[in-house]
Design a protein around this ligand. Structure first.
Ligand SMILES: Cc1ncnc2c1ncn2[C@@H]1O[C@H](/C=C/CNC(=O)c2cc(-c3ccc(F)cc3)cc(O)c2O)C[C@H]1O
Ligand SMILES: [Mg+2]
Length: 214
């Protein structure tokens, strides 16, 4: 039977990256996506902006919406201090299975909790089921029409505190117009756009960093 692109991405990691070395896993995926098959990872250029936001914030609790193959999961978890936790939500079981293996290859399982399911169903359960009260950082990279409803849901569930940071991928391409309008016009957020390019291309894209003001 034909392999899928995520399966081929995982094979490239297992072939070209060193077990337990997160940087080699990130490099192997970027090399695969540049030279073999494009895939919707945040990528190396926007990944550097993600790294700088994480490093500056030094978060203890991180939520990622949309694991896919685990590329940004590994990038973020690699920068977390000891005992910090990254919860990542993925509703496609095939993607989740690949991501678990990519995360395991990088040796970062202790820092990551991958939960299978739809963000809209899981977000209301996080406080009671995962022992997290609020998130220092949320990385949004799932279906683009879910960014806004899930942000409002996180607000309603009390998962954001004064100073929580939302970092959203793809605010230009494919674009998240309703989310951008919301975080840029709401008095409850202070937003900043980081201009970059769509992963592995010259097309404009960027990340929007929004601080929740409480
Ligand atoms: C609601 C919900 N809950 C849990 N997991 C969810 C979810 N919605 C999606 N997911 C999971 O996240 C992943 C989906 C991510 C969606 N990302 C995208 O659609 C996406 C698309 C592009 C793109 C740009 C230009 C082009 F020409 C073509 C594609 C680039 C990107 O960086 C992207 O993140 C996989 C999916 O199973
Ligand atoms: Mg993306």
């Amino acid at each position: 039977t034909q392999s899928t692109r995520p399966q081929r991405l995982l094979s490239a990691v297992q072939k070209n990256a060193t077990r337990g070395d997160p940087c080699s896993v990130v490099k192997a995926i970027d090399q695969f996506c540049r030279s073999k098959e494009w895939a919707m990872n945040v990528g190396d250029e926007k990944g550097c902006i993600l790294d700088s936001v994480v490093s500056e914030l030094n978060p203890t609790t991180v939520l990622e919406l949309g694991t896919y193959c685990g590329y940004s999961t590994v990038r973020i978890a690699n920068l977390l201090p000891p005992h910090a936790k990254l919860i990542t939500l993925e509703f496609n079981p095939d993607f989740a299975a690949i991501a678990r293996q990519v995360i395991a290859w990088s040796g970062l399982e202790e820092k990551v909790q991958l939960v299978e399911g739809a963000s809209g169903d899981l977000i209301p359960k996080i406080k009671q089921d995962f022992g997290v009260q609020t998130f220092d950082l949320v990385f949004l990279d799932h279906w683009k029409d879910r960014y806004l409803p899930d942000t409002k849901l996180m607000e309603a569930c009390g998962l954001l505190r004064k100073g929580s940071i939302l970092l959203a991928d793809n605010v230009i391409c494919p674009g998240t117009p309703d989310y951008l309008e919301y975080v840029r016009s709401s008095p409850r957020y202070e937003s900043q756009y980081f201009k970059s390019h769509l992963e592995y291309t010259k097309v404009e894209d960027g990340l929007e960093k929004s601080v929740f003001l409480g």
